[in-house]
Design a protein around this ligand. Sequence first.
Ligand code: TXA
Ligand code: MG
Length: 318
Amino acid sequence: MGATALKPDPAAIAEAARVLRAGGLVAFPTETVYGLGADATDGRAVARLFEAKRRPAFNPLIVHVAGIEAARELVAWTERAETLARRFWPGPLSLVLPRRPGCPVSMLAGSGLPTLAVRAPRGRTAEALLAETGRPVAAPSANAAGAVSPTCARHVLDALGDAVDLVLDDGPCAIGIESTVVDLNGGIARLLRPGGTPAEDIEALIGKLAEPGSSDAPRAPGQLASHYATSLPLRIDAAGAGPGEALLSFGPEAPPGAAAERNLSPGGDPVEAAANLFAALHELDRSGCAAIVAMPVPEDGLGRAIMDRLRRAAAPRP
Ligand code: TXA
Ligand code: MG
């Protein structure tokens, strides 16, 4: 049942590009998480994508491009965009900028907003697929809306198998947490979602980023209180797991006695922890325990993105 997963050899990349150009849905690995891709210029393909994820249409998609030149064709490029893209692309940074007049991306992909988020992802499969497709590719994380993000092909097949035409399987994602989203559409640059590019590294180039959440900020699903939700209840609690509870631990001093445990990084490395986060949540979610308890991770570098995801996973469900 459902889609087949192919190793991303040249024949599979060519087939995936053909499926995309024909209006199909292709799940593919990026350096952050697996994305569910559709031709961003094809409104019907983008509509299928929203349907497959059961994603509310007010949540705009990130448009993936091969690089700066391709991005400039879609959005009104700025000096700050150039500075950031030169430093961080291809890589885990999405830039929100005004659509250019005549921009071919479907209005649905951007949820009707006058802006678009664009990013050039890193990784041999994503880069080859974008080059071969020759079109901008809209791709949210390849999970059901609101659920834990996929960092390997198995997660995609389990969550969306029937709704996807083809899955490219290139093993686990290197970074494991989604791209940082920065809104450059206005005077002050704003951090809409902490992610794989540390905010400190961005601020070193363009100055202080404003926090999301002021009234003029566009609505981002990464900003919804409940997101990345496990099936089991999850709480963030330094004291550790109670009887029958699973522990998502971090560092060398995890309290013993949990019914199940995954340590994000026994050595306390936030980069390693980010790479393991979503796979560990998927596994603990199936542990048969009553709940998941997460130890806190220090909030600098990627730790900020990790705690952002854990807080939203722990938030009361709608
Ligand atoms: O790492 C990633 O970014 C992954 C991989 C597949 O590239 N994609 C991803 O997509 O995380 P998604 O759809 O799960 O998250 C897209 C984020 C959301 O927070 C969305 O609201 C924000 O980008 N976004 C997209 N377009 C926007 C816009 N025009 N204005 C503000 N936020 C926008
Ligand atoms: Mg997502």
